[in-house]
Design a protein around this ligand. Structure first.
Ligand SMILES: Cc1cc2nc3c(=O)[nH]c(=O)nc-3n(C[C@H](O)[C@H](O)[C@H](O)COP(=O)(O)OP(=O)(O)OC[C@H]3O[C@@H](n4cnc5c(N)ncnc54)[C@H](O)[C@@H]3O)c2cc1C
Length: 554
């Protein structure tokens, strides 16, 4: 992928996508597969906003049973299967355990019934999939087994546990980049660090946007037949730029946070009941509390999710030390033997997600359960659509619907979507386990099994894009993990539009995805980028400061 801002200003595209989060990336890919010409601009780096902060869970839908929302359950179940098929190197089944207590709503009887319904609703969950990723039926486990896995769990009334499956994205940033790379190969024009600053209009029709290159300061226009706004929490700002004629209310957002800590459980995600009283206004079955999920992540645990009200300003989503401490207290109450302290926190994810009420209207944060596709022609403005997504899990499926709307706007029959059946870049793998084993034994470029596995897990069948740089690197460096990382940096800069050090540390490689990779590693990455991009010493130092700041919270 090459950034070519000039070219953006010289064409008129069928579709211009604003925002390179997971929703924008999926819209671009689905549209390309239907033969449309596509441009996408992102004000920062691709996937650096809300999409970078997810708990990495591809939901299997069980949790929506408490809302009796079978449509949403089916959407999640189908997308879990789809993503495992089109991105088999990146999406894998994740066993989840929930302890059971007594004989009421938290009891084995009720939860077993929930699992049975879930098994029924997800009857086709393995259809056409990789048998090595088979998702079995839910099951209940004994008290002894539950205690072996979660030794420190509250024991009063404990009867055992239940196990079901979600899926987990091994690297959510690389999944997003795979959608973008696929789009690029299909002819899309993409650029990070390009901010949309206004809309170009002819009477009541949007015909494009004005934009500014964040790297050079240059201003230019991009023209398109339809503009699709996938700006996540920036949507209200975008709508005010549109200056619609009809009155509308801002969409409320809530702040969400996950933390990465030293490992609590390995192999399983475990759902622990928070002791804080919580009322979900949409739930048919009120449990009166939320579950906190402790998810295995890069040898650590990722724990989420804490929600709070916010003023909806997407540029100010930092969390305070008090908020992290309060969340640690909540986790320690739910699982006292965790004994987590601030010093155990190695990374904090935070972002804004759509809510249904503003702070004044409800005691507890209420999350939006359903995505919205806003047709602005209903508000007096043609040629523009906005998307408000609620889950990373269902972004591809929502994108499919968005592109259907585009054809409706044009009054043309919509060709069938192919994004659910076409592997993303690097995803052309039939049996992931077999592929991993076979590639590992090839020892490409004399690399160790560990290095090859790392590359296959991140780049799938396209890992040779990175090993193509290895021979060059090996002329001056022989220290293996560094050789591979340096090759990844070169690939990131030359083929994936990495422009800043944080793009490499946080999104093109996985080195900074669970904790600060350390001063030495940050400096080494910075030096490779300096040599590639011709940075001055002061620019290099500024980039290092920005990378450090990612790990400074509170
Ligand atoms: C803490 C947390 C945990 C979560 N956990 C999960 C989970 O486990 N599973 C799950 O399925 N979902 C989860 N989610 C939800 C999921 O992450 C979001 O639904 C999803 O990432 C939203 O993607 P998006 O593309 O709409 O938004 P974003 O990723 O925010 O993308 C919007 C992009 O638009 C860009 N933009 C804004 N204005 C402009 C402009 N003027 N010009 C150009 N670009 C612009 C922004 O820079 C941004 O990159 C979680 C969310 C959070 C915050």
């Amino acid at each position: 992928m090459k950034r070519n801002v000039r070219e953006l200003s010289q064409n008129t595209y069928d579709i211009l996508v604003i925002g390179g989060g997971i929703y924008g990336a999926c819209v671009a890919w689905d549209a390309c597969l239907r033969g449309l010409s596509v441009a996408l601009v992102e004000q920062s780096d691709f996937g650096s906003a809300t999409s970078a902060n997810s708990l990495k869970i591809i939901h299997g839908g069980l949790r929506y049973l408490q809302h009796a929302d079978f449509t949403r359950m089916r959407e999640s179940i189908q997308e879990r299967r789809t993503l495992m098929r089109i991105a088999p190197h990146l999406v894998h089944p994740l066993p989840v355990l929930i302890p059971t207590y007594g004989h009421g709503l938290e009891g084995k009887e009720i939860l077993r019934l929930a699992l049975a319904i879930n098994d029924l609703v997800s009857f086709d969950r393995n259809m056409g999939g990789d048998p090595q990723k088979h998702i079995p039926c839910g099951r209940s486990i004994s008290k002894g087994e539950m205690l072996r896995i979660a030794t420190g769990i509250h024991q009063e009334g404990l009867t055992g546990g239940v196990q079901f499956y979600d899926a987990q994205v091994y690297n959510s940033e690389r999944l997003l980049l795979s959608f973008l790379r696929s789009s690029w190969d299909a002819g899309a024009q993409l650029a990070n660090y390009v901010q949309v600053t206004g809309f170009l209009k002819e009477k009541d029709t949007v015909i494009g946007v004005s934009a500014q290159d964040g790297l050079t300061g240059d201003r230019f226009d991009v023209r398109a037949n339809v503009v699709i706004n996938t700006c996540g929490p920036w949507i209200n700002r975008m709508r005010s730029l549109l200056n619609e004629t009809s009155v509308r209310q801002n969409i409320p957002f809530a702040k969400a946070m996950n933390i990465v800590t030293r490992p609590i459980f390995s192999d399983y995600a475990v759902g622990l009941a928070s002791h804080r009283v919580y009322r979900d206004m949409d739930a048919v079955i009120q449990k009166g509390k939320r579950l906190l999920f402790v998810v295995p992540w890069r040898g650590c645990s990722m724990i989420g999710t804490a929600y709070s009200y916010c003023n909806g300003d997407p540029d100010g989503t930092k969390v305070s030390a008090q908020e992290i401490s309060a969340f640690l207290d909540e986790i320690n109450q739910a699982y006292p033997s965790a004994k987590l302290k601030l010093g155990d926190v190695s990374f904090v994810h935070s972002g804004l997600i759509p809510s249904t009420v503003t702070g004044k209207d409800a005691k507890d944060v209420q999350l939006a359960k359903h995505y919205q596709i806003i047709r602005h022609d209903n508000h007096g403005m043609r040629g523009v659509l906005s998307v408000v997504g609620v889950k990373y899990t269902t972004a591809r499926q929502v994108a499919e619907e968005v592109v259907n709307h585009v054809f409706q706007i044009w009054g043309k029959p919509s060709p069938p979507s192919r994004s659910g059946a076409t592997p993303v870049y690097g995803g052309g793998i039939e049996r992931f386990g077999k592929f991993l084993e076979a590639e590992t034994t090839k020892h490409s470029h004399d690399l160790s099994a560990k290095s090859i596995q790392h590359l296959v897990r991140n780049y799938g069948a396209a890992y040779s894009d990175v090993t193509a740089y290895v021979e060059d690197v090996q002329r001056t460096d022989r220290e293996e993990p560094w050789v591979v990382l340096r090759a990844e940096i070169l690939h990131g800069v030359r083929s994936e539009m990495a422009k800043k050090l944080t793009d490499i540390v946080c999104r093109r490689t996985e080195i900074g995805s669970a904790a600060n990779p350390g001063e030495e590693m940050i400096a080494r990455c910075a030096n490779v980028m300096r040599d590639e991009l011709g940075w001055t010493e002061s620019k290099t130092q500024q980039e290092i400061q920005e990378a450090r700041a990612v790990y400074a919270w509170g």
